[in-house]
Design a protein around this ligand. Structure first.
Ligand SMILES: [Zn+2]
Length: 215
């Protein structure tokens, strides 16, 4: 492994996080949600560092050596490897919420189509679905779950600013779509984050089916 670690991070801790990130990537890839090396995944290592996928690797074949360390500004630490172009979106989550420890970003067909369809409205408004309760803090299908759709850009500071603006307006945020691109979601651990991602994939698929069937 060409990853050198700061003295404060035990090798076993980084290895544990890297293995968890790689396992999640392989499993989500098997579902077809990470086409053509897209998507990126991370876990917090400590207050100042996260373990994140190295750019451009096949997510279906990911191992520990495909995960690298970054600081909370998204800069590589102890390696020449290049982190995902979207690393700043991951570290933004860790900076804003000290209790969040995992971030998953995928590009499934359902997420991609839904992001285009709902881009004009600027959000997907979910209500009446039992599975909304899979999102932490939602206890009833009657609640309204808003998933914003932000315009796509290759310039990450723009997206970071849109996420900040949404949060600074005091609106709850558990996930967001990027137009024509995919979804970001997060949680306190990998299991919660996986649950969020799976629920949102299912709910977006239901919304698309409803529109198809009621056309
Ligand atoms: Zn992406």
């Amino acid at each position: 492994m060409s990853q050198a670690l700061p003295e404060t991070i035990p090798t076993t801790l980084f290895a544990e996080r890297a293995d968890a990130v790689a396992a999640a990537a392989r499993e989500l890839s098997a579902l077809g949600w990470t086409p053509a090396t897209s998507s990126n995944f991370s876990m917090r290592v400590d207050a100042d560092h996260a373990a994140i996928t190295i750019s451009g690797r096949d997510k279906g074949r990911l191992g520990r050596d495909d995960i690298m360390l970054v600081d909370m500004q998204g800069k590589a630490v102890g390696t020449d490897a290049r982190p995902s172009a979207e690393t700043e979106l991951h570290t933004q989550v860790y900076r804003r919420w000290p209790q969040m420890n995992a971030v998953l970003h995928t590009h499934s067909r359902t997420q991609s189509v839904a992001s285009r369809l709902f881009a004009k409205a600027g959000m997907v408004r979910l209500q009446g679905w039992e599975l909304q309760k899979a999102i932490t803090g939602y206890t009833t299908h009657e609640s309204v779950l808003q998933i914003p759709v932000f315009p796509n850009t290759q310039h990450m500071p723009e997206l970071v600013a849109r996420v900040d603006a949404w949060l600074d307006a005091g609106k709850p945020l558990h996930a967001y779509l990027i137009d024509g691109h995919g979804i970001y979601t997060w949680g306190r651990d990998m299991a919660e984050t996986r649950r969020h991602l799976e629920a949102l994939e299912f709910l977006l698929g239901c919304e698309l089916d409803l529109r198809r069937l009621s056309a």
